[in-house]
Design a binder for this molecule. Structure first.
Ligand code: ATP
Ligand code: MG
Length: 389
């Protein structure tokens, strides 16, 4: 008897003619996620099966697959011959611990027979298996409405599979099924969550971070690298672009109206991010902004920021409260790193009285006080790329 992982996928069923493409992509993503264990991944009739995982690695592999977008749920199954005896023995073995220790030992059998050559119908399998389990473990009880333990048998072309229960997957669509976008990542709580949410829709991510040595430290940079790594556990490989921003930032503080510095900084970040994105195949920018969270995120400020670029800007957190974002960050495992103390270049020089209702024309004028073009080109030329995975 071998333990295999049985993977269910949902949304890609909806994609009609694209379905084979999505399925192949999902198989690739599963293989990448399981790279260290060299499992074999096979597709069969609306399911994906992962064979050849050493038993001690099953929990780790399950954990890894729970972060692969496009997976609806998965089960750890016994893979057996398509004989009644093998199926029965596997079900008895799978149920043993539960029967011996569950405070409410209720179960129900489910069967799915996609190989119609198998001599028993689904109903017969359920009925017979129910009898066998009750005989093996007299303390078990059948509960057809709310069983604690579902015992499922699937008869497929290749093999039969027996499992008890399922683990929810990450949902969404396989990364790479919906193009690429550039995440503006700071060291805060929001932007990693924003990246996660867009990657979940099948979008491959690149990321860009602006730092201001010596006003921001090496530690702040390491933190962003670590956060990008945490996002890449879901999003796969990410190119992280680290852009030196000190000269532009200092010039803004020197030469532009002090109430507008934050919004101007944001416009320049967007411009640089857009250029790197265009050169590297990203079709949109992603930020962690939400309406009204800070002065630079009022609707007026967001309009002024958008005015700096032509690319669409995706803001998946736009309607979220901070508590909701924090909850999500905790769930995906970025929160603890995000709250480590650090300096962000946005927070180093916060104006005392930032404009909350900036006007596009006025901001364009302020920006035109300085010729930023050579500084933008220099920052891009000095940008460092890191391959995060
Ligand atoms: P976060 O938790 O993401 O830092 P925040 O509430 O602190 O969000 P701001 O600092 O105003 O928000 O930044 C808004 C968004 O701008 C961030 O979510 C991020 O997408 C982008 N951003 C801010 N600072 C940087 C930076 N240094 N490098 C790249 N992107 C940045
Ligand atoms: Mg921030």
């Amino acid at each position: 008897m071998e333990k295999v992982l049985l993977v269910r996928y949902a949304e890609i069923h909806l994609k009609g003619l694209n379905r084979p493409f999505f399925e192949r992509l999902l198989v690739d993503r599963i293989k990448q996620a399981l790279m260290p264990v060299r499992a074999s991944v096979e597709r069969e009739q609306g399911r994906i099966f992962v064979y050849g995982i050493p038993e001690e690695n099953i929990p780790e592999c399950t954990d890894r697959l729970c972060r692969v977008f496009g997976i609806h749920s998965l089960s750890i199954a016994q893979c057996v011959d398509k004989s009644w005896e093998a199926i029965r023995d596997a079900a008895i073995a799978e149920t043993k611990t539960f029967a011996e220790s569950a405070p409410v030992p209720t179960f129900k059998c489910f069967a799915r027979r996609s190989d119609k050559r198998f001599p028993m119908t689904s109903e017969e399998i359920c009925r017979e298996l129910g009898h066998e389990l009750l005989e093996a473990y007299p303390n078990l009880r059948v509960d057809v409405h709310h069983p604690v333990l579902p015992v499922t048998v699937e008869i497929r072309q290749s093999n039969a599979f027996v499992y008890t229960g399922e683990v929810p997957g990450a949902g969404g669509m396989p990364v790479g099924s919906n193009g690429k976008a550039m995440l503006l990542i700071s060291g805060g709580i929001d932007s990693p969550v924003a990246g996660y949410m867009i990657a979940k829709r099948g979008v491959m991510l690149d990321a860009v971070h602006f730092y201001s040595y010596p006003y921001t430290s090496e530690r702040a940079r390491d933190k962003v690298i670590e956060l990008t790594k945490l996002v890449s556990r879901y999003a796969g490989r990410i190119n992280l672009y680290l852009v030196p921003f000190t000269e532009i930032q200092m010039t803004i503080y020197d030469k532009c109206p002090s109430t507008e510095t934050t919004v101007l900084m944001r416009r320049l970040m967007m411009k640089i991010a857009e250029r790197i994105a265009a050169d590297t195949g990203s079709l949109a920018l992603i930020t962690g902004e939400s309406i009204g969270q800070v002065a630079s995120q009022t609707i007026e400020s967001l309009c002024v920021t958008d005015d700096a670029v032509h690319m669409p800007v995706f803001r998946p957190l736009i309607g979220f409260d901070k508590e909701e974002i924090i909850e999500k960050a905790q769930k995906i495992g970025t929160f603890e790193t995000s709250i480590l103390p650090y300096e962000d270049c946005c927070t180093v020089f916060v104006p005392k009285h930032p404009v909350t209702k900036p006007k596009v024309d006025k901001l364009r004028e302020s920006e035109a006080l300085v010729d930023f073009e050579p500084m933008i080109e220099k920052a891009i030329a000095e940008t460092e790329r890191m391959d995060i995975c």
